[in-house]
Write a protein that binds this ligand. Structure first.
Ligand code: TYM
Length: 338
């Protein structure tokens, strides 16, 4: 009798800070949807990461539910995947503490995202949570013994630390954790700002024209693309000297599925203005149905609650099974509830 091949465990999440943007969708969520059938998937809302910078409590709670609605509207299927909220599971913080004790301080201090976010906290204190963030992220992943972590390019460094911590733990306490692989796919792994195409598209960009949100209206999307910053040339070509056009080509390719060379050939000789409108129309065609599904789902709070409660029960059972092993390895006294 052949052994039944186990599906790989896939885990990933997103912070519920404001609405989800096009970079989150094309760089991450779209790939999560694609992998669902082939893997044992856990998708969560990382509200514990969100509080590493100040949040309004009511807004954070609302954003967590809206983020769940966005996951479903983009195509995550609760019949196939487990969807839950990080702070509802006992285990993330506990394992983060243990992994944090193994994480070299220098490595945490060298994290690009820490340096970047800490430098933006001008006039406010920099919370230790910002430094500790990658240990929590490692815990999220290792708590479910994930094999694959689909993310955008900006999370690569955090994944490297996760791999280091898994190996270090296994080396000290004996093999327990899978060493997870990042899954970073395609030209949209780093979608850039529409106003500064050398910086990544981000939720916290102060320029409201820089970021396209999945909640944007058709008119807002059109306006943002029409005012996208490009170079002074006239050629529709992907090149590092033309970061604005390259970004628009990547976005169009991510939305319509055609390759960059194919798009370059299709739009040869087309002016920038016309090209921006074309990209906007393609993005509107992709975002509109998601936005409409999101609005419908947000009205059905009982359904969202049921999805999250099913996800919570499954995630907690798995977290308990793993933490029982961790307690044993570390030398903590057995917990009767695990
Ligand atoms: P977050 O919330 O910043 O982003 C969610 C996902 O979107 C990707 N992403 C992008 N992809 C392409 N272009 C962009 N401009 C862009 N901006 C964001 C991110 O790479 C990410 O995949 N730390 C994580 C959340 C997290 C997590 C985890 C992820 C917490 N624990 C465990 C994986 C596994 C974060 O802040 O993502």
């Amino acid at each position: 009798m052949g052994e039944k091949k186990q599906k790989p465990i896939v885990l990933t999440g997103m912070q519920p800070t404001s609405a989800i943007h096009l970079g989150n969708y094309l760089g991450a969520l779209k790939n999560w949807v694609a992998i669902q059938g082939e893997a044992d998937c856990l998708f969560f809302v990382s509200d514990m990461h969100a509080i590493t910078v100040p949040q309004d409590p009511n807004q954070l709670r609302k954003n967590s539910i809206d983020c769940t609605a966005a996951y479903l509207a983009c195509g995550l299927d609760p019949g196939n995947s487990h969807i839950f909220i990080q702070s509802q599971i006992i285990g993330h913080a506990e394992l983060a503490w243990i992994l944090g004790c193994l994480a070299p301080l220098g490595q945490l201090e060298r994290m690009t995202q820490f340096k970047d976010k800490a430098s933006r906290q001008t006039g406010e204190f920099v919370g230790a949570g910002l430094l500790y963030y990658p240990a929590l992220m490692a815990a999220d992943i290792l708590l479910y013994n994930a094999h694959l972590v689909p993310v955008g390019e900006d999370q690569r460094q955090h994944l490297e630390l996760t791999r280091d911590l898994a190996e270090k733990f296994n080396g000290i306490y004996g093999p327990l954790f899978n060493v997870p692989e990042p899954l970073i796919r395609g030209g949209c792994a780093r979608v850039m700002s529409l106003q500064n195409p050398t910086a990544k598209m981000s939720k916290s960009d102060p320029n409201s024209l820089a970021t396209v949100f999945l909640s944007d209206t058709d008119d807002q999307i059109m306006k943002k693309f029409r005012s996208a910053v490009t170079d002074s040339g006239a050629e529709i070509r992907a090149s590092d000297e033309k970061p604005g056009i390259q970004n628009l080509l990547n976005i169009l390719s991510g939305v319509c599925g055609k390759s960059i060379p194919e798009l370059e050939a299709n739009y040869a000789g087309v002016g920038y203005g016309k090209f921006k409108t074309t990209v906007a129309e393609a993005v509107i065609g992709c975002v509109r149905p998601i936005r409409e599904r999101m609005e419908t789902l947000k009205k059905d709070s009982q359904y969202l609650w049921d999805v999250l409660e099913n996800g919570r029960m499954e995630a907690q059972a798995r977290a308990n099974a793993l933490m029982a092993k961790v307690y044993g390895r570390i030398g903590f006294v057995r917990r009767a509830d695990l």
